[in-house]
Design a protein around this ligand. Structure first.
Ligand code: MG
Length: 397
């Protein structure tokens, strides 16, 4: 017991020293979008560059740091490091992705937590949407009211929130509704043998379906094989993280991946999601085609309603986006015919005009899923289109 106690004391003082001696370092593990294969965020993971022991993983020192009250300063150091790094990348015009930072219960319990985040963001002049926080349910259980207030405030700032290690520990389904999460990360324990263990496959499938119904994105943790990847794609899981794509890497290496736009080869499309865009403006067609091809869809285009109907006759199309004001045939007319001939299609109008009578008319006649206005927000458009394909799948089994 004495020896154990002495070892702990030594580690404790080493930890304190490490904080001041800058022995900690942040690694970044990319997360990949399962439709486009692109890196769409990363998790910041702390490592300890120990002068004698080499690179130490958090599992060995974070629990102790929690016990001895060092977790908060260490957590704050990680926040500051990540915020600073993101701000530098932005300054270098690098196409950054949101970086997810793991929070600790101690940070969340601090009454000044939100203010500290606001201060840190402004210190680095970093817009909040470049940051995401990961937290586990046990952290919010401690003081549900305070946690809910903090999370709502963070969400209002524009920070994304994800629920970490879902499926282990306290997995209260009520929390998914109560807290403003954007994403759920399925714990690696369910992913490990998801393509050969029927029980885990059923759990992963159910979590994905439930999260989607609650409009949450789903991230699979610990994906290591192609089999797991294809299983998750078939179940329409949104993102993966794991060795199959990349381990956690130092900042410089992650920067290279961002700059080179490293892609995950997803292989053969599970079944091709096909989209038709109808617009008489060649420039708009081209911009939309480029944006949506990147998302992994098969994209068909037409410069008018008549041509659009021809395309529909020759192809299986699930989602249609159409301009409103076009010569010969308006978007409203086109959508009404498309609805009658292809009632399964999910229809979206993207219009430069928002005259109320025209909007009402086209929504009613075309039974639209969405009426969106130009200029559009790329992120919102992409989300709406994903939702449209999802709805199509739900309705058609
Ligand atoms: Mg995490």
């Amino acid at each position: 017991m004495n020896a154990l106690h002495a070892a702990r004391l030594a580690l404790e003082s080493e930890l304190l020293h490490a904080l001041h001696a800058q022995e900690f370092v942040v690694y970044y593990q990319p997360r990949v979008d399962l439709v486009s294969g692109r890196i769409d965020s990363a998790e910041a993971l702390i490592r300890w560059r120990h002068p004698q022991r080499g690179l130490v993983c958090p599992g060995t020192f974070i629990p102790l740091a929690e016990e001895v009250g060092l977790i908060e300063p260490i957590g704050n150091w990680v926040l500051d490091t990540v915020f600073g790094q993101q701000a530098r990348w932005l300054g270098q015009q690098i196409d950054v992705v949101p970086i997810a930072v793991n929070l600790s219960a101690a940070q969340l319990r601090n009454g000044k937590f939100v203010q500290n985040i606001v201060d840190a963001l402004s210190r680095h002049a970093l817009p909040a949407h470049h940051i995401e926080f990961e937290l586990t349910e046990s952290m919010v259980m401690h003081d549900v009211e305070l946690a809910a207030a903090h999370l709502q405030a963070l969400k209002k700032l524009g920070i994304q929130l994800s629920l970490d290690d879902f499926g282990t520990g306290h997995s209260s389904l009520a929390h998914l509704q109560r807290f403003p999460f954007d994403a759920v990360k399925i714990d690696r324990a369910f992913i490990r043998d998801v393509n050969c263990n029927a029980g885990n496959a059923a759990i992963a499938t159910a979590v994905i379906a439930m999260a989607h119904s609650l409009h949450l994105r789903v991230v699979a943790e610990g994906v290591e094989t192609e089999g797991q990847l294809q299983f998750l794609r078939r179940r329409r899981c949104d993102e993966l993280q794991g060795f199959y794509f990349s381990e956690a890497v130092p900042a410089a290496q992650f920067e290279t991946m961002l700059v080179e736009k490293t892609l995950l080869a997803l292989g053969h499309q599970v079944d091709e999601d096909t989209l038709l865009i109808v617009d008489d403006e060649p420039g708009t067609l081209q911009t939309l085609r480029r944006l949506l091809r990147r998302e992994g869809y098969r994209v068909l285009t037409a410069s008018g309603g008549q041509e659009g109907l021809n395309v529909l006759a020759l192809n299986r199309v699930q989602v249609i986006i159409s301009d409103q004001r076009m010569p010969n045939m308006s978007g409203t007319q086109f959508m009404r015919i498309a609805r009658e001939l292809y009632p399964d299609t999910i229809r979206i109008i993207l219009s430069g005009f928002t005259d109320l009578a025209a909007v009402t008319d086209s929504v009613n006649q075309g039974q639209l899923f969405k009426f969106m206005t130009k200029p559009w927000d790329d992120g919102e458009l992409v989300r709406n289109i994903r939702d449209a394909f999802r709805l199509h799948r739900q309705r058609n089994g």
